[in-house]
Design a protein around this ligand. Sequence first.
Ligand SMILES: Nc1ncnc2c1ncn2[C@@H]1O[C@H](COP(=O)(O)OP(=O)(O)OP(=O)(O)O)[C@@H](O)[C@H]1O
Ligand SMILES: [Mg+2]
Length: 387
Amino acid sequence: MDEHTDGGRAAVGPEAAGDPPLVGRDAELARVLRAADVPSPDPVLLLLGEPGTGKSALLERAVRRAPAAGTRVLRAEGSEPEKGLPFAALHQLLRPSAAEWDGLELAGERREVLRAVLAARSVAADGGVMAAGVAVLELLSALGGRRPLLVVVDDAQWCDRASLEVLSFVARRLAGEPVTMLFAARPADTLPVLGPRAAALTLGPLDAAASDRLLDLRPDRPVGRLRARILAQAAGNPLALTELAGTATADAAGAAGPLPLAAHLERIHAAPLGALPAAARRALLRLAALEPADSPAAPAAVLADAGDVVWAAAEQAGLVRRTGGGPRFGHPLLRSAVYHAAPFDARREAHLALAGLLGEEPDRRAWHLAAATALPDAAVSAELERT
Ligand SMILES: Nc1ncnc2c1ncn2[C@@H]1O[C@H](COP(=O)(O)OP(=O)(O)OP(=O)(O)O)[C@@H](O)[C@H]1O
Ligand SMILES: [Mg+2]
């Protein structure tokens, strides 16, 4: 059951005082808050969306509202380094309540299983998913009996498999319990299905009005050409809008290539490049050097030019997706990171290669030739004049 949304109208949802406003997500926020109500007719909701689409921001709204409704929150957050550690996420979720277990009506063997999970003992780690599932379900139900309970699992794509299997087992048995569960994950086919009772809500890009409003609300409200470039490059991604508006300057708006990122973000996004073969890095840089003004067929030309093996490596590293129209970066900030992390010579080579590939479009060819040189030389300037 997937309720896809492409952003909604630009409006500010119910906010706690001091929260930065969330724009364009009224319907999604209402849906998340409704799911978080205990008891809920839909006790499990999975939020899906690309990085930076606002999954954590929406979860945070539900968490912050919980105390006012008398609801207790237990949380876990998947983390990449712990993905291979069985029950690591469950450990996070269970630990804060451990001191209360003795006072709860729980069968002794259930308590033993829970303690084994906390102590990373083998009873649970040896495939005791069923035993752990039953114990966690009873624990949550008992805790919920004291006070309504909201379980929040963010970055579920990085939760260890054993924890996800246990949580899925629990999620399929929540009907009538004083417990609700919110999950958030980047889209991936490796996430175990949460069961037919779990609704999924996909966060799409913000629409144009909401993107505009997000920029208007910033203290450094970008204007003119810079604003147009931020809007085009971010393509409705709230994180990209926020970050690009925070770092890009009017000077950068006039330069070739995507707008730059803050150094720390560039490092994070460019990190997977280091593990790729040189041919894949070259192909990605060509893709990053393409502009929206280039022909819609250009990504396909770049795709064909580099070949399948090269793109498979980049796709496996999570940097691009191959679509019908050619390869696309998995995230708008990746394009900036790939472009600006490359040395000038490599960028130059990328623009020259694109000039070659776009031979049928003289104006775009001339533009890439110009971009290939920091100070356009006479021959390039003449070609730009002519087109
Ligand atoms: N609708 C929105 N309006 C204003 N700001 C937003 C909106 N959605 C997200 N943001 C801001 O964008 C940034 C990224 O959002 P968030 O961290 O929630 O994304 P995410 O989907 O959880 O990403 P990831 O997959 O990386 O965890 C945050 O600073 C957040 O406050
Ligand atoms: Mg997040």
